[in-house]
Design a protein around this ligand. Sequence first.
Ligand code: CP3
Length: 341
Amino acid sequence: MNHLLLDALRCNNRSRPPIWLMRQAGRCLPSYRDVRAHHSLEELFHHPQLAAELTLMPVQHLGVDAAILFSDILMVAECLGFEVRFIEGKGPSIHPVLNTPKDIELLLIREVRSSLSCVFETIQRARQKLQVPLIGFCGGPFTIASYLIEGGTSPGKELAKTKTWLFSHPESFHLLLKKITEVTITYLQLQIEAGAQVLQIFDSWAHVLSIPLFINFSVRYLKQILEALKAFPVPVILFCRGSSFFVHELIRLHPSAISFDWLQEMGVLRRTVPAHIAVQGNLDPHLLKAPLHVIRTEVSQLMQSMKNEPGFIVNLGHGVLPDTPFHHVKHFVHSVRESQF
Ligand code: CP3
């Protein structure tokens, strides 16, 4: 069993740092594209046997130190009565669309265990075959709320409808966040029960908020999730776009680890974050499209700056870009595994 990730999350890793990548089970993998040629995303997300195979694939083909559940942060919307579809070349599409505060009042919470049984079965199946830890995950309530209000990825990625709602009807926005937080807590507890050994929260759209709005509309709910999970011996990694800007707010949440974007040097972030909180990241995903020697140099600089760090996890600052050449991703993982630490 490979314990590197669990050791690093306890800030107790005496060996090389673990490496895994956000979106490692995606289009950069040729074997993933083969499966996708025959199945839609909705089909894969609801098919435990195939989803479990896709969860294992990056471990087998890239040699990463952790697996992440093959699913999507938007699956949780099904527990609030939404239908989520993934349109080729366009991204997620969510129905019905929310238009008035009344629509939020009417949202009913469904039983999570039965609504998302496919996810829990995927976790159980994947765990039986894995020699590395399995990461479960969810979206941050603010990010999920924004997808529900926009009905998909926001045009121009400005979250215009979400922000207008938040300013015009803050009570209604809080009610939506409250409902999402409630299902998310149950969802994560059931992921742990099924066998998830680490959890990561993706608050991918948080970077559009000012610090006061981030505290009021994101942090408040992340805190409730983290507190509800304290009873379980499972480390939680917090990811949000803008994490280097929100670093002090994230520290106050006391997660096991913070996943950083590429805007600030990891060494500087390490000195800012208290030693009992691990740090994850933070190379720019575009680096992996550069020539192999450039990737190797960047990895070696990062590793040098984090030498002998017991709470460090190598990752990108965001997900692997879909058109990244597979052998570059492989070279990246290899460079980390081979580097002197
Ligand atoms: O490998 C992994 O990281 C595990 C699986 C995973 C997926 N989505 C599968 C997926 C994870 C962790 C996610 C999280 C997710 N989903 C986030 C948070 C992370 C982030 O990127 O900020 C968000 C915002 C979503 C919503 C989402 N899902 C979008 C916007 C899209 C379409 C655009 C895109 O990035 O491809 C998806 C589709 C999706 N989710 C794919 C996969 C493998 C599609 C890839 C394909 O077309 O085959």
